[in-house]
Design a protein around this ligand. Sequence first.
Ligand SMILES: [Zn+2]
Length: 350
Amino acid sequence: MRWEDIVGQDRPVRLLRAALERDQLHHAYLLAGPPGTGKELIARTLAQAANCEAEDVASRPCERCGHCLAIARGSFPDVQWILPQSEMVARGLISKADLEGAPSKEIRVDEVRALSRRLSFAALRGRRKIAALVPADALNERAQNALLKTLEEPPPATTFLLISANPDALLPTIRSRCARVQLGPVSEELIYRRLVRDGVAEPEARERAARAQGSFSQALSDPGERRSLIEAFERALAAPDERDALDLAAEHSERDAAALVAVAIEAWTRDVLVAQAGAPRQLLEARDLFDTAAQLGARLPPTTLLSQAGLCARVIEALGQNGNGRLQLERLFLGARELRASGQKGNAHG
Ligand SMILES: [Zn+2]
């Protein structure tokens, strides 16, 4: 990505470009900002610009030279991306089958030590070695202490990029060793214009931009997918037996996928409660399902919905603590089925 194409982050982009053009890149930056605002994009662009082969500094990254292309592909030896295993599985970079146990959600001390060893050598092809930690708050405490040692005596011609939506989770000693680059939420208007440029129809672009709360990745996520998930969930709850519910849980059995499903169902449950309270369509997250939410809200007692919301929260918590994806979704779907059955019975009797 060219610097000019990064939307809505003018200040951080200006700051980093100026440092590059004066050849005064700091040895560690903390790229902090809400999810989906472009932290990784800026990190990759910085890595490219620092190693681009274009003569003219102002036109780096050129996006065309061998170095720029290799960095974009993730195959440049002097640019290292360090992610927790769970994130690598979620991005399809490794397969769960390659791991001995469950994928770790942490960046561990041995991974930081291996990184420091690799960085102690001179750059192989580029001018500057870049090590991006994504997200830096996945470093556990021992790993942070190991990183701190490296930051105190940084290897030559190296820049660390600590990427985090939650920088307060980092040790203060780590934060104080980094130059902080703060990204803000992206304005609704910029997200809207970008969606339209990407070919999204205007009314839908307006709606997605409004819902995105400053997050590009949220705006780009497909509302169609969410809709079909919610519809499958409601079908599984209305089905005469448990088969559809069990199939749906099996379909999203990977833990991170299961967590996304649980979060989507929690938001949906909130939507039904909001519709039940008589709120207009605009206040729902899944506005495209307003009619379904209103119908359910008219039929189900609030206690059933509140119990369902509580169940979602417990499942999300369990998944955050290494719970099994499939079992937790089964617990959510079968539990919700029971709540529906007893809620509707209660209605009929009362
Ligand atoms: Zn280039």
